[in-house]
Design a protein around this ligand. Structure first.
Ligand code: AMP
Ligand code: MG
Length: 409
């Protein structure tokens, strides 16, 4: 067995960010910038009002108070989108949020601090110079760095880029990831099972989980344990896609032709690992025609745990991310996890929840066998239990929250 860290390094060293290109902002969610991005424009582009009210010169109302209102004539109305105007001396102008401050004005009084008066507006209090004015460039100045290279673009980033005038952004392009199930026992049809058959669950959960990384998913179907079928499926996928995720056939069974085929088509580069973890001990990785192929174990729970430890971070790297993992948490155990020393780190399916005082706790679930997918559906985290005898209630445990349930785009 090899330590998880070693297996992960082997994989991540062989995966590289995909080609940098300019993509329309709508295509960029979850991708990382391939270079630093600067703003050519100031935001806001002009001085504008933060409130609905009256633009004026603050000196004109320096004596205003509720018991001593100052009345100014109103010299017009400025709406958002109107071209710049000029404020006549001794007057005020009605102005709407976002509208350009007229030249000659240096404050805006909120409509709530005024009353309508015959021929003008009655101002009930003083204003400070600059009050309620959002200055040009106060969010971003022209030329400023918006985002350094390798910034992962989320919804807020896309809004910032749009506000600075970008219609495209320089990013590492999105991965196209193919998902294959291997195994002659697998069925994905609405018909009763014949003896020995089982339903293909992996392709459904793996396609869904790949989509949560933001990658485009390509369904490559079920391939039986047959040398020729496997060879053509893998080679066909490698010719068109950026990565292949396959499940089944990577352990030590007699009919695991997957191994033989992968050894051939990867020109001996494919590596079978026995990773010192439970579940998900068997794992294969190699480059087929330069394309990473992740050989996940067939057991459904193992396949998904293996995905979190190897595939999600690798896709992040392809998308240009610099942080391949989310931080783990240290959380109080709400139950005990009993185990025996077996040379492996256990990734126990667990439920992370909030106590009544707002602190987090983690409970490991009953069924920890690697075929118990139904039990895994109740989990939202993996509790990491180092080799040994387990932990007891109240211990602090390292927890890996499981990835987002919804698509990243
Ligand atoms: P293997 O890794 O091919 O030896 O498979 C290990 C176990 O996982 C066996 O019980 C398989 O029947 C099961 N298995 C393999 N592929 C799938 C799949 N796509 N969906 C559900 N179970 C699977
Ligand atoms: Mg199999």
């Amino acid at each position: 067995m090899i330590p998880l860290k070693e297996a992960q390094s082997h994989v991540f060293e062989r995966v590289t960010p995909l080609r940098a290109m300019a993509l329309a902002l709508d295509e960029c969610l979850g991708l990382a910038t391939s270079q630093a991005v600067h703003s050519e424009e100031s935001i806001p582009p002009f001085d504008n009002t933060a409130v609905d009210g009256f633009a004026l010169h603050f000196d004109e109302v320096s004596a205003a108070a509720p018991e001593n209102p100052v009345t100014l004539p109103v010299a017009g109305t400025i709406a958002a989108g109107d071209p710049p105007r000029a404020l006549p001396r001794g007057a005020a102008m009605r102005i709407m949020t976002g509208a350009v401050i007229p030249s000659g004005a240096n404050a805006v009084i909120m409509v709530e601090d005024t009353e309508e008066a015959e021929g003008g507006v009655r101002v009930l209090r003083t204003v400070r110079q600059g009050e309620n004015i959002r200055l040009a460039g106060s969010d971003i100045t022209a030329g400023a760095l918006l985002f350094p290279e390798r910034t992962v673009l989320g919804p807020v980033h896309l809004g910032v880029l749009a506000s600075a005038g970008y219609v495209k952004a320089p990013v590492h392009r999105r991965a196209r990831v193919g998902v294959i199930s291997t195994g002659s026992e697998l069925v994905d049809e609405a018909r009763p099972l014949r003896p020995g058959e089982i339903r293909d669950s992996n392709r459904h959960s793996l396609r869904a989980i790949v989509s949560t990384t933001g990658a485009d998913v390509v369904d490559l179907g079920i391939v039986p344990d047959d040398e020729e079928a496997l060879r053509s499926a893998f080679l066909g996928a490698a010719a068109e896609l950026d990565a292949i995720v396959t499940s089944g056939g990577v352990s030590v069974g007699d009919f695991d032709y997957t191994k033989k085929v992968l050894r051939d088509i990867s020109k001996g580069e494919m590596r079978w690992m026995q990773v010192a973890i439970r579940p998900a001990k068997p794992f294969a990785f190699g480059l087929v025609e330069g394309i990473p192929l992740f050989g996940l174990p067939g057991n459904p729970v193992s396949a998904l745990v293996s995905f979190e430890l190897f595939v999600r971070p690798a896709i992040r790297k392809m998308h240009g991310h610099s942080e391949l993992f989310d931080p783990t948490l240290m959380v109080r155990a709400a139950n005990a996890y009993r185990r025996h020393p077996d040379g492996r780190v256990h990734y126990a399916r667990a439920l992370l929840s909030a106590e009544s005082d707002g602190s987090l706790s983690v409970s490991s679930l009953e069924g920890q066998s690697s075929h118990m997918l139904h039990e895994m559906a109740r989990s939202n985290a993996l509790a990491i239990c180092p080799d040994g005898d387990g932990y007891v209630l109240g211990d602090m445990v390292e927890v890996m929250p499981l990835g987002p349930a919804a698509p990243a785009r």
